[in-house]
Write a protein that binds this ligand. Sequence first.
Ligand code: NAD
Length: 251
Amino acid sequence: MTAVGSFDGVVAFVTGGAGGIGGAVATALAERGAKVAVADLNEEAAKAHADKIGGLAVGLDVGDADSVAAAVKTATDALGPIGVLVHTAGIVGGGGPLNGLPVEVFDTVSRVNFRGTFLITQAVANAMIAAGTKGAMVHISSAGAFSPTPGLGHYEATKAGMNALIRSAALELAEHGIRVNAVAPGPVDTPMTNFSAAPPEALAFWTERIPLGRIATPADLVPQILLLASADARHITGTILPVDGGQLLKG
Ligand code: NAD
């Protein structure tokens, strides 16, 4: 691990690396000298982003154990042992009150967000242990894991489950010198949410809940993700850090 601002020669594996938050983190890591694997279900977008930042595109379905194992091996063979995992791959997959939510939506979102977090954490942890790397993992949780919004219960439950996995992994992996943390954003303007194209009433619903008064951009999250991935956070593990403009102060 290296200090904030420099990830010189560090191999960073970014899931969802073609997405809004993952893409911004992948770019920031590459700018700071990391060798970045841009791992994403959308292989075309991963290739486009990897080409742009000088990274390696890797196809990945984070909910599939074989795909996860293959992607970690591809990145390791091409770039070297993984030092940093930033796990941003995630979906909302639909919405609605739990009493009407199709079970298929629940299963799809659980598979990607919850099962996927287990699979990628396990695979990267074992790769780090095998290589003797004292690495860092940063997951993207959600403020919704702590404070519910009607219609998002299925998604928020996967993020609460993810938080439990992160805390257990942090405890279990500490003896290997591997740290596991997360940031928990409030609403962020990305392709997932498309707030920049949202009608004013939808924007107002969210901004009124945020004391700092605005929707985040991926750039608002990047410094905290880099911090947790870096040696400057060497004594921090098992933390779920809200980056939410104060939203959780309102419950
Ligand atoms: P995004 O849709 O822009 O990016 C998500 C990326 O994950 C996409 O590139 C997508 O192709 C990829 N992906 C989807 N399923 C995958 C799978 N099975 N395997 C591998 N890759 C897969 O979304 P984003 O807003 O950047 O979200 C990133 C993370 O941040 C997610 O975990 C999301 O839950 C979390 N988050 C987002 C917000 C928000 O408001 N945008 C708020 C809180 C938390």
